[in-house]
Ligand binder design. Structure first.
Ligand code: ATP
Length: 366
């Protein structure tokens, strides 16, 4: 069993706390993703496991061993970096074989394993090429090959797709997923791209400002975000947040700015919030339905801008009369809906899917 366990791990640089109180378990064979905005501490968390960064507090165990103070070379973890970090003066074959050479494997064994890994990554024809004249995607496959050849206990990847173009990114993404499943290696993968995270991970670890905000499956972090940060970070376009007050009849009204946003919630939904006079309502863009004519119990707004996206369009809607204090909502609608800048538009919503968050702490309240 090669599960990974972080226990109260912390890393400070002087007064800067890069990561704080990281408690985390990655199960044997699991594909776990560290996800969060730039500077939130993802790389630091990963590097602590690789042994490239020394934690200032806490312990990390691998299987049954406390590896917190073990030299990186003796941890049996392999890391793939964003810039691939290949050796430019060596051929593809030499690059992939390098970790085995360092370990003192025989030339025959090296050759056999290189062939095996090259087959797996579909790059046998590249083996005798120089690194310099490979494309980005090919270099990335070589970097993966070099990482898996030693059959590490844990596979660490730090934004390995960041330098690839969009199309290559997609194909490498599925290749990495298949490879991870086939090898069954416990994997910790860093990205700031939530789509990449959702499509790859068994488990998502969402971080912000050095702390873990939520750990869960892609479905859990999307449908049951624990707080406003996670709700806003996961999903594209982002969830809309409106500060509201609720009355006894179950009608929510925006509190700032005051005018315009008013909606009568389904009684079962309103019940969830009756204990909280004021809260933050969270509505994903696709949970609105946009109409070009007035409706009962609809929020009226004006189209600010539309962004075509093939079958759909994203509409920015301004709600309220005050020019400088209007609520801006992002709405997803079919591309067939005729909406132009300045048009009036009416929004209804599937309110069984909305979320409420505590105004002060941001914690989800339903
Ligand atoms: P990115 O997505 O931009 O790579 P990240 O989430 O991986 O960001 P880290 O690189 O882990 O974030 O950095 C976390 C915090 O620690 C940041 O505020 C960063 O400036 C700080 N930090 C990281 N390394 C050092 C260092 N060697 N010295 C000082 N501060 C550092």
């Amino acid at each position: 069993m090669v599960n990974v366990e972080y226990d109260a791990v912390e890393k400070r640089y002087g007064d800067t706390i890069a990561v704080k109180d990281i408690d985390l378990t990655v199960e044997d064979g699991e594909f776990a993703i560290l996800l969060g905005p730039s500077g939130c501490g993802k790389t630091t968390t990963l590097r602590c496991l690789a042994g490239l960064t020394e934690p200032t507090g806490g312990t990390i165990t691998l299987g049954d061993y406390d590896i917190t103070d073990v030299h990186p070379k003796n941890r049996n973890v392999a890391m793939v970096f964003q810039n691939f970090a290949l050796y430019p003066h060596m051929s593809v074959r030499e690059n992939i074989a390098y970790p085995l050479k360092v370990e003192g494997a025989s030339p025959d064994e090296r050759e056999e394993r290189v062939e095996e890994v090259a087959e797996m990554l579909e790059i046998p024809e590249l083996l005798d090429r120089d690194i310099d004249n490979l494309s980005g995607g090919q270099q990335q496959r070589v970097a993966l090959g070099r990482a898996i050849i030693r059959r590490p206990s844990v596979f660490l990847m730090d934004e390995p797709l960041a330098n690839l173009d969009a199309k290559l990114k997609l194909s490498m993404r599925s290749r990495i997923k298949v490879l991870q499943r086939e090898l069954g290696i416990t994997t910790l993968y860093v990205t700031h791209d939530q789509e990449e995270a959702m499509s790859l991970g068994d488990k998502l670890i969402v971080m912000d400002r050095g702390e873990i905000q939520q750990i869960g499956t892609p479905d859990e972090v999307y449908h049951e975000p624990e707080n406003r940060f996670v709700a806003g970070f996961i999903g594209s376009p982002s969830m809309n947040f409106v500060d509201v007050a609720i009355d006894d009849a179950g009608t929510v009204r925006a509190t700032k700015p005051v005018d315009g946003f008013e909606y009568r919630l389904e009684p079962t939904v309103a019940d969830r919030y009756q204990n909280d006079d004021e809260f933050v309502l969270g509505i994903r863009p696709q949970y609105f339905t946009a109409h070009t004519d007035p409706r009962d119990n609809a929020i009226r707004g004006q189209v600010k801008v539309t962004e075509p996206q093939g079958d759909d369009q994203i509409i920015d809607v301004l709600v309220g009369d005050e020019d400088d204090d209007r609520i801006e909502l992002t709405v997803k609608a079919p591309s067939t809906l005729a909406a132009d800048r300045g048009d009036d538009i009416w929004l209804t919503m599937d309110d069984t899917l909305v979320h409420g968050f505590d105004s002060r702490t941001g914690t989800r309240i339903d």
